[in-house]
Design a protein around this ligand. Structure first.
Ligand SMILES: NC(=O)c1ccc[n+]([C@@H]2O[C@H](COP(=O)([O-])OP(=O)(O)OC[C@H]3O[C@@H](n4cnc5c(N)ncnc54)[C@H](OP(=O)(O)O)[C@@H]3O)[C@@H](O)[C@H]2O)c1
Length: 225
């Protein structure tokens, strides 16, 4: 996929992976619509020519509104990278209901709605890439609701792939292993267990953008080693 002149929507663009992916897309000549909850955080990134749309994707209508705004702003949408997400830790029976609801809203329903909306709007030859994570392949204890949300969106992306292919749109589920982005320190609830040192976020972002450029259809955890 040639990135020059293409228009991408990146959610979670204020985050560690989203900001790095955005920078690489722009360096390669793409234009971007960038989203996160804080307009200030997005503007502070200083991304050249970026269309900034602040949105809380936990709200039911927000994902579709965002895709519509991104498409109409430039007149075409060639790619969507879903790099928004939150994590929470704790025994499954003890994590409170609101936390579970938030996890499922942000990590499962929001990306599912983004993909559904993007499927009919991304141009032929385009790509929709959602970042789930290694835990979609191998769930671990102490973060069961996060694992369920990520496994759910991974399954959804896999399931829509044939219908996307009929529209000549590539749908990719990226499942990077643990990465040193600080995500665990921003948990919406609970405390992360000690984890071995994760991957470098620059390497993970580079691998994801390479998969976009090289028309890769799969990005399992093994593709990051
Ligand atoms: N780090 C890892 O080890 C790892 C491994 C595998 C997969 N992943 C996944 O990769 C994605 C990016 O993670 P990261 O490590 O880059 O985390 P991060 O730095 O914390 O970035 C998360 C992004 O999500 C946005 N976000 C959170 N809640 C939102 C909401 N309700 N509405 C809209 N945007 C929201 C945040 O923006 P605001 O807070 O400004 O709204 C931020 O831009 C996540 O889905 C994560 O689960 C991470």
């Amino acid at each position: 996929m040639e990135l020059a002149g293409k228009h991408f929507l990146v959610t979670g663009a204020s985050g560690a992976l989203g900001s790095r992916i955005t920078a690489r897309l722009v360096d390669a000549g793409a234009t971007v619509t960038i989203s996160g909850r804080s307009e200030d955080a997005l503007s502070a990134l200083g991304v050249d020519g970026a269309h900034v749309v602040a949105a809380d994707l936990a709200h039911p209508g927000a994902p579709e509104d965002l895709v519509v705004q991104a498409t109409s702003h430039v007149g075409h949408l060639d790619g969507v990278v879903i790099a928004s997400g939150v994590v929470a830790f704790g025994p499954a029976a003890e994590v409170d209901d609101d936390t579970v609801d938030d996890l499922l809203l942000v990590d499962l329903l929001a990306p599912l709605r983004l993909v559904r909306s993007a499927l009919t709007r991304v141009e032929a030859g385009g790509v929709i890439l959602s970042i789930s994570g290694v835990i979609a392949e191998k769930p671990v204890g102490g973060m069961a609701a996060y694992c369920a949300a990520k496994a759910g969106i991974s399954a959804f992306v896999e399931a829509v792939r044939p219908e996307a292919r009929r529209r000549k749109v590539r749908v990719v589920d990226a499942r990077p292993p643990h990465t040193e982005t600080g995500l665990a320190t921003r948990a919406i609830s609970g405390t992360a267990p000690s984890m071995p040192t994760g991957l470098d976020p620059d390497d993970v972002a580079a691998r994801i953008v390479a998969a976009i450029v090289d028309d890769e259809k799969e990005l399992p955890s093994s593709a990051f080693s």
